[in-house]
Design a binder for this molecule. Structure first.
Ligand SMILES: NC(=O)c1ccc[n+]([C@@H]2O[C@H](COP(=O)([O-])OP(=O)(O)OC[C@H]3O[C@@H](n4cnc5c(N)ncnc54)[C@H](OP(=O)(O)O)[C@@H]3O)[C@@H](O)[C@H]2O)c1
Length: 266
């Protein structure tokens, strides 16, 4: 398929109010694209709109809420053709196993899996409409590489991103016949308000601007899998190929070390 980003297109971006999404919005606007930008907070959307008032339409809403998504759908309708959706809204809640609470798991799953699947429901008719006009269309799902290794405390986050990646790959198989392409983005650690809460070492941490450049570069090339930084993601892939018993011992040792570090920091 031709590079659909070689000229300005209309893109729906969720999670645009912070971190990777905010930096992505800045980068995509710089490249001349039109954005429908979603998040629950109004102020950052207003700030973004100042960068290109004629090319950024704020579409306030919660991606887990069907009524909000219906309203956002009406905004997308007014801005057709919509050729790309970047579903980036997400959360990361850690489990304290000493105070095991299944709500932590639920929060990750609801935002990261259910919210994204409802967002797909909202945008799919518009991607299909673009295809019916002979235009290229792509769905981009921001997952994570975190689930490639069993990190302690990440039961909920890792499970949600593993589910999300499977969801995206399965969707890719189903949408192939319609010519709608699906890209999965799997970042390593990126410095954002989401990771600012982390009290452990984050190897190969990169900035949101660096992450944005890598995502836009991958999208410009029409890549179906974008993962970075490679030093981190290839290491995780290699570790993932080890026997499970060895992975379990490494994961337990890493978790023990992180817990000790946190105790020392108290
Ligand atoms: N930072 C990393 O190291 C890293 C690594 C791998 C993957 N990721 C993934 O990258 C994505 C962006 O993360 P980030 O680090 O940029 O986090 P962030 O700074 O916390 O941003 C999260 C974004 O998601 C939005 N959001 C959360 N829940 C929402 C909901 N229910 N409805 C609508 N918007 C919602 C937030 O907007 P509002 O609060 O305004 O709603 C915000 O714009 C996430 O999917 C995350 O899992 C991040």
């Amino acid at each position: 398929m031709s590079n659909l980003m070689s000229k300005p297109i209309t893109i729906w971006l969720t999670g645009a109010t912070s971190g990777i999404g905010y930096a992505l919005a800045e980068g995509l606007l710089k490249d001349g694209h039109h954005l429908i930008a979603t998040g629950r907070r109004e102020e950052p959307l207003r700030e973004l709109a100042k960068l290109a008032p004629d090319r950024l339409t704020p579409a306030l809403g919660d991606t887990t809420n069907k009524e909000d998504l219906d309203r956002i759908g009406a905004v997308l309708d007014q801005h057709q053709p919509v050729q790309m959706a970047i579903l980036n809204a997400g959360t990361c809640e850690y489990l304290d196993v000493a105070k095991y609470d299944s709500e932590v798991i639920e929060k990750n799953i609801v935002t990261n899996v259910i919210g994204t699947s409802r967002s797909v429901e909202a945008v799919l008719p518009f991607l299909r409409a673009a295809r019916s006009q002979g235009l290229a269309a792509r769905l981009v799902i921001v997952s994570s590489s975190a689930w490639w290794f069993p990190f302690g405390r990440a039961e909920g986050y890792g499970a949600s991103k593993a589910a999300l990646t499977y969801f995206a790959h399965s969707l890719r198989a189903d949408l192939a016949a319609e010519g709608i392409e699906v890209t999965v983005v799997s970042p390593g650690f990126v410095k954002t308000p989401l990771t600012d809460q982390n009290d452990f070492d984050m190897p190969f941490l990169i900035t949101a601007e660096d992450a944005t450049n890598r995502i836009i570069k991958g999208l410009n090339k029409g890549q179906s899998e974008i993962h970075f930084p490679k030093r981190f993601t290839w290491t995780l892939k290699l570790l993932g190929a080890l026997p499970q018993g060895l992975i379990d011992r490494m994961a337990a040792a890493m978790t023990r070390k992180n817990n000790e570090q946190q105790e020392d920091n108290k």
